[in-house]
Design a protein around this ligand. Structure first.
Ligand code: F6R
Length: 364
């Protein structure tokens, strides 16, 4: 049931404040500022390496999770696309654990990767939305996303719930490994507790984003840029645009621009930059200046301070609420999803059922 929404995707985008809150409450004790004692087959204090693998949007959630585990828990993370992992014969040591990410819990390549890790004899956990799925059954334990059924083929609310769990797990791992003090952990947990409220604020930008989406529906190519955790989010933005609107889009690390893709820039190719005003904002601004100098059209997704500090001659902005750094990719996921959605609606494509795609990819 779509309720009063035009598409399941629109409904699922709008459910995010609620399902993020629901998911986080399963893992974090907001009142006490600590982590709840949930079951985990992975002993974060004992392992020295975590292998994460998944496909598509779930893989991109894992890529953001890597930044968090490494930054807050000092735990090295290997992250792979499952179709590569399953054949790459990665050696897993006794002190490793494997973590999979899947909305459906049925994706063939991710399941095959899980079975490879089973043979290697390491503990296996899965961040999964469908609790009675094959991957849930074959894991030693699961971290459920409480997103509810996701019907739209393009993953939206499952993604932000996956991110919420990665953040919660990174905080738990940081505490258990002694790399975060209880005070630092509490401050991250406070930040996470605000994610649903900021997500709700981001939804209010819909009219503005709809207008940008109408403009994007006129172009053939788009470049998406970001740094740090917003780099995988740029790839997610590009993936969403491709699958929904069939516009050719690429997500790049902003710092990689001058190593090749800058050659593509001209008046015809908009560059969408995801850049909250954080400690590396100025670096991204200088990448934007390189784009502007070549006549590129910039659409900057930032906060109020970022919009002021970017100070370029001509660029469009989508101005987000100012959010704590940890939760930026969770909150900024919403405008990125809405932009793909509204571009696709403006083009008249089948948003809930894009051509050539299936919700659950159970063949290789
Ligand atoms: C993109 C999308 C896909 C899935 C991928 C993995 O919007 O939905 O890229 O994320 O097929 O699916 P699950 O998470 O079910 O393993």
């Amino acid at each position: 049931d779509k309720g009063n929404h035009r598409h399941f995707m629109e409904k699922e985008i709008h459910e995010q404040p609620e399902v993020i809150a629901h998911t986080l409450a399963h893992y974090l004790d907001f009142a006490g500022g600590g982590v709840k004692s949930f079951d985990t087959p992975i002993d974060f204090a004992k392992i020295d390496r975590l292998a994460v693998s998944a496909c598509g949007t779930a893989y991109l959630a894992g890529l953001i999770g890597k930044y968090w585990f490494e930054r807050y828990a000092r735990l090295p993370v290997d992250i792979d696309i499952a179709s590569e992992f399953r054949y790459r014969e990665m050696p897993l040591t006794k002190a490793s654990a494997a973590l999979f990410v899947s909305q459906s819990g049925e994706t063939a390549d991710t399941l095959a990767s899980l079975r490879y890790c089973r043979k290697e004899g390491v503990p296996i956990a899965t961040i999964v939305n469908v609790r009675d799925s094959t991957m849930a059954r074959e894991s030693d334990g699961i971290f459920p996303t409480l997103a509810g059924p996701e019907i739209g083929v393009a993953s939206t609310k499952a993604f932000t719930c996956q991110l919420s769990i990665f953040a919660a797990l990174a905080v738990r791992a940081g505490l258990e490994r002694g790399t975060l003090s209880p005070e630092e952990a509490s401050s991250h947990i406070r930040a996470l507790s605000e994610a649903p409220r900021y997500a709700a604020q981001a939804l209010k930008l819909e009219e503005r984003i709809e207008k940008v989406g109408r403009e994007l529906s006129q172009v053939r190519h788009v470049l998406y840029l970001g740094r740090d955790t917003n780099y995988p989010l740029a790839m997610e933005g590009a993936l969403k645009l491709k699958e929904l609107s069939y516009i050719h889009a690429e997500g790049y690390a902003a710092g990689e621009l001058k190593h090749g893709p800058i050659a593509l820039i001209d008046e015809q190719m908009p560059v969408i930059v995801i850049a909250p005003c954080d400690r590396i904002f100025e670096k991204t601004v200088s990448n934007m200046q390189e784009v502007a100098a070549r006549g590129g059209r910039i659409i900057l997704i930032t906060d109020e301070e970022g919009a002021v500090r970017a100070s370029l001659d001509s660029f469009e902005t989508i101005v987000m609420p100012t959010v704590p750094e940890l939760i930026a990719p969770i909150v900024y996921a919403l405008p990125v999803q809405m932009l793909a959605y509204h571009t696709a609606v403006a083009m008249g494509t089948d948003v809930d059922q894009p051509r050539n795609l299936a919700k659950s990819v159970t063949v290789e």
